[in-house]
Write a protein that binds this ligand. Structure first.
Ligand SMILES: Cc1cc2nc3c(=O)[nH]c(=O)nc-3n(C[C@H](O)[C@H](O)[C@H](O)COP(=O)(O)O)c2cc1C
Length: 181
């Protein structure tokens, strides 16, 4: 069982990328996680698409298709989904055979703020309704006051958050196996 992780932040010291890295150490037995880097994905342009999908977009679509499940770590920008992440979803979602269809997806998010990216995560859930992905409902993972939970190197130091992420990953594993029958 393989999970593809996607962070909605490009910056090196990203709390969301740090949370994804932490997840790699909290996986259930038999589960692997790799992370797709969104930085080479261009801005969506229908004229470009008409000439063929750019190579990084093709890679993203192939890796989504090949993964058993997705784990998306989203920042919250202005109460919603950051453009970098929405742009990547928009590219990947174009027909034919959009790869989110039927895919198990779990969301996490980290912010210095107090609401743990909940508003961005609920907007993402709405986007994935149209794309017919199967979102894990519970448990949720809203990492608020995140700079107090990671050290200077971006290593997760908060035991309660680690426990929360471990439970979410176990639930994603079960959810994926259930959907795969
Ligand atoms: C344009 C912009 C808008 C933001 N809006 C929100 C917001 O609505 N809610 C929130 O909790 N944090 C907000 N923040 C702060 C981000 O949560 C913070 O920059 C966070 O560290 C970004 O995630 P990253 O560390 O993975 O890059 C905003 C940041 C930026 C740059």
């Amino acid at each position: 069982m393989h999970i593809l992780g996607i962070s909605g932040s490009l910056r090196k010291a990203s709390l969301n990328s740090a949370a994804l890295r932490a997840c790699a150490d909290l996986l259930p037995a038999g589960v692997t996680l790799s992370v797709f880097d969104l930085s080479p994905i261009p801005l969506y342009d229908e004229d470009v698409r008409a000439q063929g999908l750019p190579e990084p977009v093709q890679q993203l679509r192939e890796q989504i298709r090949a993964a058993d499940a997705l784990l998306i770590a989203t920042p919250e920008y202005n109460y919603s989904i950051p453009g970098v992440l929405k742009n990547a979803i928009d590219w990947a979602s174009r027909p034919p055979e959009q790869p989110f269809n039927g895919k198990p997806v779990a969301l996490i998010g980290a912010t210095p703020g107090g609401f743990g990216t909940s508003r961005a995560q609920y907007h993402l859930r709405q986007v994935f309704v149209y794309l017919n992905a199967h979102l894990l409902n519970q448990p949720e993972a809203f990492i608020s006051a995140a700079p107090t939970k990671f050290d200077e190197q971006g290593k997760l130091t908060d035991a309660a958050t680690a426990d929360q992420l471990r439970k979410l990953l176990a639930a994603l594993d079960q959810w994926t196996r259930r959907l795969q029958g």
